[in-house]
Design a protein around this ligand. Structure first.
Ligand code: ZN
Length: 204
């Protein structure tokens, strides 16, 4: 059992849960990198989980749906291809994972996150990123704040899987606003990781 990502577009993370040769995917914004990966590694897609309606998160759904053995889960709304619409506290079982749904409006009104309490992880889409939060497009800042507080209330050991690589640009902004040692240390750690090409995307 493992979790890895498939890079897509300029900075998207398509997260993949793998158990043996079965995988389930979060937010496949583009089908082709996923199809290449499953072909090269002889994998089967079981389920697809979607966090919100933005194209760079759902764009690959219909194409990938031809290849899945399970279901497409997504928020209540009009995303094409969703089989099962889920809302607050609904359960989503896939592979060996048992998620509960957290509604996290702000970035979009339909935004949800998938929390696995037992395994201490959350797929939070575009609600929270490393050193920043998602842009507030559809909701209010108050909604976004409440959504982040919901994530904040999860067990502190919870691993947060966000859907974009924005760390460097977020830290630039944070450093321009706050003079803080933790932030400085994190910035130098991240700068070092980018130098070592440990991220799939290079920013400037
Ligand atoms: Zn988005």
């Amino acid at each position: 059992m493992r979790i890895f990502h498939i890079p897509a577009y300029t900075d998207n993370y398509i997260w993949v849960m793998q158990s043996g040769s079965d995988i389930s995917i979060i937010d496949p914004g583009d089908a082709s990198p996923v199809l290449n990966h499953i072909k090269n590694n002889d994998l089967n897609i079981v389920d697809i989980l979607l966090t919100h309606h933005h194209f760079d998160h759902v764009g690959g759904t219909l194409e990938l749906k031809k290849h899945i053995s399970g279901k497409v889960y997504g928020p209540v709304g009009d995303i094409n291809g969703v089989d099962i619409q889920v809302s607050e506290n609904d359960e989503v079982k896939t592979l060996d994972y048992e998620f509960s749904v957290l509604e996290t409006p702000g970035h979009t009104l339909d935004h949800i996150a998938y929390v696995e309490k037992r395994k201490q992880l959350v797929f939070c889409g575009d609600t929270l990123f490393s050193a920043g939060c998602g842009r507030v497009f559809e909701g209010t800042f108050e909604q976004m704040h409440n959504s982040i507080q919901k994530i904040n209330q999860l067990d502190p050991e919870t691993v947060i899987y966000c859907a974009h690589e924005y760390t460097e640009s977020n830290l630039k902004f944070v450093n321009s606003e706050i003079n803080d040692n933790f932030i400085k240390e994190y910035t130098s750690e991240i700068t070092q990781k980018f130098k070592m090409a440990l991220f799939p995307y290079q920013q400037n």
